[in-house]
Design a protein around this ligand. Structure first.
Ligand SMILES: *Cc1c(COP(=O)(O)O)cnc(C)c1O
Ligand SMILES: [Zn+2]
Length: 448
């Protein structure tokens, strides 16, 4: 009960949305026993543990806590499970037995994201003074060039199971593109919402797939508030909002990052992970994925530390972490790292718990450091990251300089998006010289 009351206090922001969801769940008739989401057995409240049937709901009616997917995970020989996974497709569906998706998911129309490269970043290691192993998990290699394809792919399966025909979301940019593309491929209508002032690459990427794209005059938190109103209104009936009413399923997609990183390390846990924070969903679900691998015996149990990364101009979680608070005070974002610009992060308190429990830290870097880190990563490893990747690499650099991250261990840094989507961040970059097509002109340029 005390835990529940605390949850209530920490999650006041969810209360309005939760009240609306309770109203909506009454007419979400699609949720019945015939729903096949594979090993998923129900939803459970993260705060008070109350169980619910699988359905398009995301907040607990008892305490407003967030709901998450509960499973009957495969029992038995870890060796056999590892072999089955390794024999699966080269995308996230190789982990279908650990996800809320039907067993035949790989045969359905999907963008089939995942199994992106884990780059052995020896040049970056040298640059940052890492003496252990440093890897970049490069999720810019996903179909719409950000990690969001993972979470959307799972939400699409939930939308199918619950009978939705329109996919929607509130987005900081990458999610809108991922939803638009997945909807086109899987045969849904889409109508997605973004702040009106995003980078051109994000806007074009979100619009090109043919769904409706609506710019909202306001920041992401305004967009999100608008979407929760829309869910509670007849206007939004029959719409699956991947990161609102389908959020418990959506979040599970981030677990595949944990699975892939460990499998690519030869079924081992890394010592340290540096993960960007927008709403905090990705970070909390990567931790959930690592815990599952330990529980299933797929990796050997050992301590790992999770580090969260934010931009200084939107740093509600790092600010709370450093102040020793367990509540996250909302901020008004002002940073070039627009994909991470959520001032009121839904999973912020859980990020604090995980960083503290694992002995990690939550740090932030300013916009100048973000741009510097984008250039360092590009010039050492040939990886062009979007601003969110600049945030994680920049935070890694800062944590090493401050002696918080141990450079002698194995560290995995996430790059969650493609630099082509945030060209504005490095707008000064261009031609070294512009010359006439003659050897004389090239000689005069002094570049030989
Ligand atoms: C959405 C996003 C994240 C993380 O989002 P969470 O809401 O914390 O799960 C990280 N990087 C990029 C590029 C994103 O688009
Ligand atoms: Zn509850």
């Amino acid at each position: 009960m005390a835990k529940c009351a605390m949850g209530k206090m920490r999650r006041k922001g969810l209360a309005i949305m939760a009240a609306q969801t309770v109203a909506t769940s009454a007419n979400a008739s699609a949720a019945d026993a015939s729903v096949d989401l594979g090993p998923a057995t129900g939803l459970s409240c993260r705060e008070c543990g109350t169980r619910f049937e699988l359905g398009p709901i995301f907040a607990c009616v008892e305490c407003f806590g967030p709901l998450e997917v509960a499973y009957e995970l495969p029992a038995g020989d870890p060796e056999a499970l590892r072999a089955a996974i390794e024999a699966g497709p080269n995308n996230i569906w190789r982990y279908a037995p650990l996800l809320p998706v039907p067993a035949d998911v790989a045969s359905k129309p999907s963008l089939n994201p995942g199994f992106t490269k884990l780059v052995d970043a020896q040049n970056l290691a040298k640059e940052l003074g890492v003496t252990g192993k440093l890897y970049v998990k490069d999720d810019s290699g996903n179909p719409t060039h950000s990690f969001k394809d993972r979470v959307v792919a799972i939400a699409v399966e939930a939308a199918r199971a619950f009978g939705y025909t329109t996919l929607s979301c509130s987005s900081t940019g990458n999610l809108a593109g991922a939803v638009g593309a997945a909807a086109a491929r899987a045969g849904f209508r889409s109508c997605v919402f973004i702040p009106h002032d995003l980078e051109q690459g994000k806007v074009v990427m979100a619009g090109v797939y043919g769904g409706d794209l609506v710019g909202i005059e306001g920041n992401y938190d305004d967009v999100n508030r608008f979407c929760s109103e829309l869910i509670g209104d007849p206007l939004g009936e029959g719409w699956g909002f991947v990161n609102v009413n389908l959020r418990p399923y959506y979040g599970e997609g981030s677990k595949t990052l944990a699975y892939e990183i460990c499998e690519q390390l030869g079924w081992q846990l890394p010592d340290q992970l540096v993960i960007p924070i927008a709403s905090g969903s990705q970070l909390t679900k990567i931790d959930k994925g690592l815990q599952e691998l330990i529980k299933l015996g797929l990796v050997e149990d050992k301590p790992y530390k999770i580090f969260g990364a934010q931009a200084e101009g939107c740093s509600p979680v790092s600010t709370a972490f450093k102040a020793g608070h367990d509540v996250v005070r909302p901020q008004k974002p002002n940073t070039i790292a627009k994909s991470l610009a959520i001032g009121n992060p839904a999973d912020g308190p859980y990020v604090l718990d995980i960083a503290r429990r694992t002995g990690g830290f939550v740090e932030d870097v300013n916009d100048e450091q973000v741009v510097e880190a984008i250039r360092i990563l590009a010039q050492t490893e040939g990886i062009f990251a979007e601003t969110a990747g600049g945030v994680t690499v920049g935070v890694t650099k800062k944590l090493i300089e401050n002696g918080v991250l141990d450079p002698s261990l194995t560290t995995v840094v996430l790059n969650t998006g493609d630099g082509l989507k945030t060209l504005e961040a490095v707008s000064g970059t261009g031609q070294t010289a512009t010359i006439r097509p003659s050897l004389d002109a090239f000689r005069a340029a002094g570049l030989a």
